[in-house]
Design a protein. Sequence first.
Length: 418
Amino acid sequence: MSSPVWHAFTQHGLNEEIPLIARAQGATLYGADGREWIDAISSWWVITHGHCEPRIQAAIRAQTDQLDQLIFAGWTHEPAETLARALVDITPAGLEHVFFSDSGSTSVEVALKMALGYWLHRGEPRHRILVLEHGYHGDTIGAMSVGARGVYNRAYEPLLFDVGTIPFPAVGHEQASLDALEAACRADAKPAAFIVEPLVLGAGGMLFYGAETLARMRAICAAHGILFIADEVMTGWGRTGTLLACDQAGIAPDILCLSKGLTGGALPLAVTLATPAIFDAHLSDDRARMFFHSSSYTANPVACAAANANIAIWRDEPVAERVTALAAMQAERLARIDGRGRIAAKRQMGTITAMEYAVAEGNYLSALGPKLTAFFRDRGLLLRAMGNTVYVLPPYCISPAELDRVYDAIEEAAERVG
Ligand SMILES: *Cc1c(COP(=O)(O)O)cnc(C)c1O
């Protein structure tokens, strides 16, 4: 019998294999049929320490016996209070208010709504949003609006709002990008906010740019009073080599979005942090000025307990050292990769590497990605190619031997997949 499940980002008409996974531990996925896979992309960028991390699992089990779910308007609970305080402590100075939701996309919707509320309540309504070319911020309508347009959102294009797009600061083109941002900030139609993925544009193809450029972008927005929104849904929790990508640039955004690794990847949870200026703009004895947003599962206690365990792991264990060691291991593997000349480009940002295969004459780019993904799946690896780009974004517990298998397959694919 065929499955009734309609999968995410899946063309069911192609009848590609969809393995059934029974359990996972560390960097390994165990199939129901006995096969195993190395999870080299952290189950779509969420798992940080490893699957079924014991301390996170224990915190989840303990919390489920205490409080499962609670309305989070007018009521509160200890796991959320503890988590909010910890997040204010470990994120850049100035972010003092924590709004809970349940996915990265929602944390971005919340960020956009906070920005518009800020301007409206200051008596200076603004709604124009500046975005970075090739950006990705999620798949809800608002999040799609501030992300790159393409085949994946063509059907919804009529519903997406207009944005101002700043060219991606590719190596050698940073100044042009900064100049465009400066010009957009000076334009008559004053922007409300600029939203960026700091240092790494993930879904846009693992495109990297430097901390200095990020710092200058932030400074331009500050000089013009434009709110700066950092979407660290993917880059947070060590991926770029530091806890947050913003830390490398020494910057504090006005609004910060976190999700994915917030619970170590074990449960869905998201937060949007904001400065007192943004919170205070909504502060009043007038109910009409409150922040009008809620998700049913806002600050779910079990998810908050998992996030508290994640933060305890960062606090008590040498996670920063693990991240540094993984980044060094990745650098060493990347340096050795040559793909018999078929790797056209390779790059690294912290624990993330990306390699681009040269596309052979007569081959369609769009066909290469699925072929690569299937090739890796058949070799016991969870790797997902984006077009001709394959990237390695592993949980921090991945072993050198496991990483060797990943890179061996990437080399082999260069010869075999065309
Ligand atoms: C994944 C991602 C999102 C969306 O998060 P979901 O939890 O999938 O809704 C938003 N922004 C960035 C940068 C992401 O990588």
